[in-house]
Design a protein around this ligand. Structure first.
Ligand SMILES: Nc1ncnc2c1ncn2[C@@H]1O[C@H](COP(=O)(O)OP(=O)(O)O)[C@@H](O)[C@H]1O
Ligand SMILES: [Mg+2]
Length: 338
């Protein structure tokens, strides 16, 4: 992955840290103005913390009572500060810095002494490097914005449920799946069904929930994935190797719209098989959607892939059915899935 992208993203992390410390300063000002008592405690706290750090620098081997007393004093003042904040109607952590990522505290790196990229940084690198569908899309399409009303209450064939009830059941099932992630029995999920049935939406719901738990997710359309692999392989770009590595390493790989990619002899089929196979063997998760059915998959790829994908001992198969919901929507679909 390119150094330039990494530098650009690390600059954003610096900016986040700056914004958060400004926000903290503003919160402090507000409290200090409103509640002088907290302001007094807060000054004492800063004073004591200063003494503590001076003491550790000046007498690094001094594990004695001075440090112990200072530590106790800091704990007491902190507890008192929280108490007062709550008494005056503020959250108890109001005077503490907020982090968007609690793992790396918005530095992008974790681990001591050996620093490693935090999963939030890896995720940003993935999104930026492969120009995957806009991450902001996940703010619009996630479990909390799932709207059952977009699905009609029309009965479905071969089901006691109508389309809306059915989709609610699918949603619950997938919600439970991501709640137990990554300890799922079946690690491949295949969505099948025509367009406009909510497959991409639910893939996005899952991606968001899993990313929010700190895992890395590659979301890519089949079309884009295989174009990248194909053009990368003929140009022998180093980026192609990085993409391949990420396809194997990401905690979750989501390939949307399998079957829409350009056919290039057996190239796609072999790659697809290798990717899915390797990931399955490693116990990694792969989610796919397609509007092809079993026999179309067999035709297009191979028996080997089709039977692997439709093997319900490895794959959780979810069939989407009913009416195209895009036709019911008054709002124009503004999603750009590349
Ligand atoms: N559960 C849902 N709640 C709200 N909108 C939805 C939901 N499912 C689908 N949509 C919307 O309906 C349209 C079609 O859904 P989409 O996920 O693209 O279907 P598919 O991937 O099966 O073609 C999109 O505009 C999407 O935002
Ligand atoms: Mg789709």
């Amino acid at each position: 992955m390119s150094e330039a992208i990494l530098r650009e993203i690390l600059k954003e992390y610096d900016e986040i840290q700056r914004e958060e410390s400004l926000a903290l300063a503003a919160r402090r000002q507000r409290v200090i103005k409103a509640v002088p008592e907290i302001s007094k405690i807060h000054e004492e706290l800063i004073e004591t913390m200063g003494r503590y750090s001076r003491e550790t620098i000046l007498h690094p081997n001094n594990s004695g009572s001075i440090l112990k007393n200072l530590k106790q004093e800091i704990a007491r003042l902190k507890a008192r500060e929280s108490e007062l904040l709550i008494e005056h109607g503020y959250p108890s952590n109001y005077m503490e810095i907020r982090h968007r990522c609690n793992k790396c505290k918005d530095t992008g790196y974790v681990g001591n002494p050996v620093k490693e990229k935090c999963s939030c940084l890896i995720q940003r690198l993935l999104e930026r490097t492969y120009e995957m569908s806009n991450i902001q899309e996940l703010e619009l399409e996630n479990f909390s914005t799932f709207d059952p009303k977009v699905f009609p209450e029309t009965p479905l064939e071969n089901s006691k449920l109508n389309q809306r009830e059915y989709m609610l059941q699918v949603r619950d099932r997938l919600f439970n799946y991501v709640s137990s992630f990554p300890k799922n029995e079946r690690r491949t999920i295949l969505f099948t069904g025509k367009t406009g049935l909510g497959k991409t939406f639910l893939l996005n719901c899952m991606a968001k929930a899993i990313m929010d738990d700190g895992y890395t997710v590659i979301r890519i359309s089949s079309y884009k994935l295989f174009d990248r692999l194909f053009f990368g392989s003929i140009s022998d770009e180093p980026d192609n190797l990085a993409l391949l590595r990420q396809l194997f390493e990401a905690d979750v790989l989501i390939i949307d719209d399998l079957g829409t990619e350009t056919r290039r002899n057996n190239y796609t089929a072999e790659d697809l098989f290798n990717i899915i196979n390797e990931r399955t063997m490693k116990g990694s998760h792969t989610f796919l959607s397609t509007n092809l059915n079993l026999s179309e998959l067999q035709d297009r790829y191979s028996d080997r892939i089709a039977s692997r994908l439709f093997d319900t001992s490895n794959t959780m198969l979810i069939r989407f059915q009913g009416a195209d919901v895009r036709l019911r929507q008054s709002k124009k679909n503004s999603r750009h899935y590349s």
